[in-house]
Design a protein around this ligand. Structure first.
Ligand SMILES: [Fe+2]
Length: 392
């Protein structure tokens, strides 16, 4: 197991990598973070069964001072989160332990923050927010079970408001105190989930590079993450298809590295566009991010500074003769190889719509602050061209 040294040092979250997790380790970890042995613990967990993890949780669980909530849904809505918050406020935990994919970790982040606040999550979201996170009473520990979101080390949570709009909530108060990367938890990840989450991680690293907030540290982290992802994505996916587990832990570490990278910068055009796909047609996050990747890549790689960074990634992965075009072709090939959506024909509900109606739906991306991070700037006409090209 290689050491996640660079991103562990850079992250505001303490990151620990382990081969496996058991009840005794969970007890040590939560006691250390809560700074007490009898902490009240709320476990927010993906409902997907994990035999080894479930056994660890069973031996760790103390019904006198612990509760479990597994009401996790993909792309969580504020109403889903608030049902969990209501019970959490009554329980008043000292520590929230979030275990699962991005939706579970984002749910844990919001619940942990809102137990010490009043009001509804909707009031904290978007440009018209009327409330702001100001404190956090409970500690937060996050354990990812997919290879992609990096949510365990970021200060972002993504929630769909009652209006139907999807928003990123950005606050250092959403950042976990500790994250644990456990190799055995991703060893049996289903291939399709591996593909969508690892592709999400690829886009996190790319969007860190073509970002107006980029700095030398974020560039270094994103480049490392891309090299590791591009080296291991295809072999790990093929291994999982064949029932083996090689490379899944490398992807988990790379995703964490990409998370530490974009925690510096925020995301950019790919994520801004992806939110429309998820709002309109409920496309899962990884597939929604994959959808426009090569199109945004073509637009952004025209900018000389971005092109230099992408060329450096290609050379690190494939050697000194490698090109930016090679990187672009591999990003598209990975989508095709893993069955991620490539055109509107792949998205149920979108394929029957008129071109003009689709273009109108994407016009609202101009209001999204993530788009404003993009280098080079992407205006209305550029977005319309990019969306139109997907209809061909
Ligand atoms: Fe993402």
């Amino acid at each position: 197991m290689s050491t996640p040294l660079l991103f562990a040092l850079q992250s505001a979250t303490k990151v620990q990598a382990l081969e496996a997790l058991d009840g005794a380790l969970l007890a040590q970890l939560t006691s250390f973070v809560a700074n007490q042995t009898q902490a009240r613990i709320l476990i927010i967990k993906d409902p997907r069964p994990f035999p080894v993890l479930d056994a660890a949780l069973k031996s760790f669980f103390d019904p006198q001072r612990m509760r479990t909530d597994d009401r996790i849904v993909p792309n969580p809505q504020t109403s889903d989160i608030m049902a969990m918050v209501a019970d959490a406020r009554a329980f008043a935990p000292d520590l929230v332990l979030g275990i699962g994919g991005g939706s579970a970790l984002d749910s844990a982040k919001a619940v942990c923050a809102l137990v010490s606040h009043e009001g509804d999550l909707d009031e904290y979201l978007g440009p018209q927010a009327t409330r702001k996170l100001e404190r956090r009473g409970a500690k937060l520990v996050l354990i990812p079970t997919t290879c992609g979101t990096g949510a365990e080390v970021t200060k972002f949570g993504v929630y769909t408001a009652r209006s139907g709009r999807k928003y990123s909530l950005n606050s250092p108060l959403l950042q976990a105190d500790a994250a644990v990367l456990v190799a055995s938890l991703v060893a049996d990840i289903p291939p399709a989930l591996l593909a969508s989450t690892a592709y999400d991680a690829l886009t996190h690293a790319l969007e860190t590079l073509w970002n107006k907030n980029a700095n030398p540290v974020s560039d270094a982290l994103a480049t490392e993450a891309l090299v590791r992802l591009l080296t291991h994505f295809r072999p790990a996916y093929d291994a999982r298809k064949a029932g083996r587990a090689e490379g899944t832990f490398e992807l988990l570490m790379a995703a964490c590295e990409a998370g530490a990278a974009f925690n510096n910068t925020g995301t950019a055009a790919i994520h801004a566009l992806s939110f429309i796909l998820s709002e309109e047609w409920h496309v899962p996050h990884g597939g929604a991010c994959a959808f426009f990747t090569e199109d945004v890549f073509d637009f952004n790689s025209q900018e000389p500074g971005v092109r230099v960074k992408l060329g450096e990634v290609a050379k690190r992965v494939w050697g000194p003769a490698a090109t930016v075009k090679q990187l672009r072709e591999e990003l598209l090939a990975l989508k095709r190889h893993t069955g991620l959506p490539c055109t509107f024909a792949d998205i149920p509900g979108a394929s029957g719509l008129e071109d003009r109606r689709i273009a109108e739906l994407f016009d609202k991306v101009q209001e999204d602050f993530k788009l404003k991070n993009n280098v080079p700037p992407m205006g209305l006409e550029a977005v319309r061209l990019l969306v139109g090209a997907k209809r061909l």
